[in-house]
Design a protein around this ligand. Structure first.
Ligand code: TYM
Length: 333
């Protein structure tokens, strides 16, 4: 059976971008059946930029609560945090010896995050994509649902697998397929249609957090930046209107319909009409999740038990793959 792995960093709160671009699709994949699904909280990746220890703990549990509240079922999927499965970092070391400095230096996420002062960035931030490749390859995952911004990292994973297979004359690692589907693979900021919605944006009004209450969600959507034109007949008509297009994409993602359906239903409406409709839809879909997250957060011990159990199951798959990797490269056991 195809094996699906994906991950999210516990580096601050979950956003609507994470939900539509990732978690919601993880739930759909889980519920469709026919796949083995592993979903990870990549706590070690979060540490590539400074994390306050207490905040890292809380954000890890809150992300677990977000997965559970959105419909990840720890019986159907393996839900765990990366640091409890040491095979990820063990394989990452091997991949550090396979990947080339030049490949890492070309990653746009590295360039964005390191900025002008790469000398001061952590070594972990530079090596980040090798650990990410290990996250997937330690399970021989075949598919990875991600948002648009992770495409380059998945391609690098394929490059690492290809070079490993070539260098050691084997076909041990599969070439994983990115699955970047649906109307909301790149949710943009509510304040600037040229910027990705992100948990690190200094403006809280730029994003919807999965912990926002109904009132906040509704306010943020009503205040979202837009133009003054009504919605056109077709989606193509939104080509030069990034803010308007973003709201249509969000609507389609939340309503689980196509962007063409949204246009058919709302063409001709101005934002005075469309925004309240979108705000109601967002509250209907998201408020129950934030309520459930808050309920789950009241029992952190139960969350920790779920993650520990998930990690145990993950290790059952990972351990033999690591052992075989060590054998292939000639490490004495
Ligand atoms: P991260 O934590 O930044 O984001 C988690 C997931 O959410 C998606 N996403 C978005 N999708 C649509 N619109 C947005 N505005 C938006 N913002 C975020 C991301 O594409 C991602 O799918 N490197 C990864 C974490 C990772 C990982 C992995 C992913 C580590 N190991 C293994 C898959 C497989 C990251 O930083 O995601």
């Amino acid at each position: 059976t195809p094996r699906v792995l994906s991950g999210i960093q516990p580096s601050g709160g979950l956003t609507l971008g994470n939900y539509l671009g990732a978690i919601k699709r993880f739930v759909e994949t889980q519920d469709a059946g026919g796949h083995q699904t592993l979903y990870c909280i990549v706590d070690l990746h979060a540490m590539t930029v400074w994390q306050d220890p207490a905040a890292l703990t809380r954000n890890t549990r809150e992300l677990a609560a977000g997965y559970l509240a959105s419909g990840i079922d720890p019986e159907k999927s393996i839900l765990f945090n990366q640091s409890q499965v040491p095979e990820h970092t063990q394989l990452a070391w091997i991949f550090n010896t396979v990947a080339r400095m030049g490949w890492m230096g070309r990653m746009t996420q590295w360039k964005d995050k390191a900025g002008k002062n790469a000398e001061a960035a952590s070594l972990g931030l530079f090596a980040y994509p090798a650990l990410m490749a290990a996250d997937m390859m330690i399970y021989h995952a075949t598919h990875v649902p991600v948002g648009e911004d992770q495409k380059q990292h998945v391609e690098l994973t394929r490059d690492i697998a290809t070079k490993f297979n070539h260098d050691y004359d084997t076909a041990f690692f599969p070439l994983i397929e990115p699955v970047i589907e649906g109307p909301a693979t790149r949710v943009m900021s509510l304040r600037d249609g040229s910027k990705k919605m992100s948990k690190s944006d200094p403006s809280d009004a730029s994003r919807i957090n999965m912990t926002d209450d109904a009132d906040t969600i509704s306010k943020k959507i009503r205040k979202a930046r837009t133009d003054a034109e009504p919605l056109p007949e077709t989606y193509e008509g939104l080509k030069d209107r990034p803010e308007a297009r973003n709201l249509v994409n969000i609507y389609a993602g939340l309503a689980e319909c196509s962007v063409a359906d949204v246009m058919a239903k709302h063409a001709g409406e101005g934002f005075g009409e469309f925004k309240p409709a979108l705000a109601d839809l967002a509250v209907e879909k998201l408020a129950p999740i934030s309520t459930e997250m808050a309920r789950l957060m009241e029992d952190p011990a139960e969350i920790d038990r779920i993650l520990a159990r998930g990690a145990e199951r993950a290790r059952e798959i990972a351990a033999p793959i690591l052992a075989e990797t060590y054998r292939i490269v000639g490490l004495v056991r």
